[in-house]
Design a protein around this ligand. Structure first.
Ligand code: DX5
Ligand code: ZN
Length: 229
């Protein structure tokens, strides 16, 4: 995985057809997805349940780009090796998931993955100030995590603050929640480079009409063109 700050669209398969993940992943990649975002929820840290490591491992052979795994679970540490074995390229843990995020990020890198830290809307940018040299990605949640299809919460001030704290470090800023062609330019202009989008990518399409996914991805990407990135 090489580093750049170009806009990357990462469809969240939380909005895909749950009976057909292999074809859904192939369809979004063929239609221009840069990364594939996998939302892992435990019914405890967030009020919803999704994929364990076995499911994620089954997705792996279909992902030719980057498998970006977002853990909304607590605790995190007992599961790091299982998600490494499942083939995650990026493994993101929430700052709020436990008292030892520093140790968690070290363990994620130690297991051979890129380490991400996610911030809920109520958590300030400064929470990661002492973690930036241990981190490959900061995920700014623009919804309260747990469900797709929620309304975007404006976090542009936090994104700008993070962008200036990160400076020249090779750290991605990812935005997750409510990203669509209207909100994408706001976050891109503030300094984000990875845009997760679930409903805005999958809406109106299916594996039989994958060109709709392509159109939806293009609309998000082109809305960001002309911003600082
Ligand atoms: C929310 C998840 C998101 C979600 C985004 O808890 O982390 O990745 O799927 O979905 P949309 O784009 O529909 O807000
Ligand atoms: Zn997510």
């Amino acid at each position: 995985m090489s580093f750049d700050r170009k806009i990357k669209i990462a469809p969240s398969i939380l909005s895909a057809d749950f009976a057909n993940f292999g074809q859904e992943i192939q369809a979004i990649e063929a239609q221009g997805a840069d990364w594939v975002h996998v939302d892992v929820m435990d019914g405890h840290f967030v009020p919803n349940l999704t994929f364990g490591p076995q499911a994620v491992k089954a997705f792996r052979p279909h992902v030719k780009t980057v498998m970006d795994v977002h853990l909304m679970i607590a605790p995190v540490d007992p599961y790091i090796d299982a998600y490494a074995d499942a083939g995650a390229d990026v493994l993101t843990a929430h700052f709020e998931a436990g008292p030892h995020i520093h140790r968690t990020l070290q363990a994620i890198r130690g297991a051979g993955m890129k380490a991400g830290v996610a911030l809920n809307p109520g958590t300030p940018a400064e929470a990661v100030e002492h973690l930036l040299d241990l981190t490959d990605l900061v995920c700014v949640m623009t919804v309260n995590p747990g469900f797709g299809g929620q309304k975007f919460i404006d976090m542009t001030a936090k994104i700008r603050r993070l962008r200036s704290m990160i400076g020249d470090r090779p750290v991605h800023i990812e935005i997750d929640g409510g990203v669509d062609p209207v909100t994408a330019p706001l976050v891109a202009e503030a300094g984000a480079d990875v845009l997760v989008a679930g409903s805005a990518v999958f809406k109106g399409g299916s594996v039989d009409t994958p060109e709709v996914y392509g159109e939806n991805i293009r609309k998000i990407r082109s809305a960001t063109e002309g911003t600082w990135a």
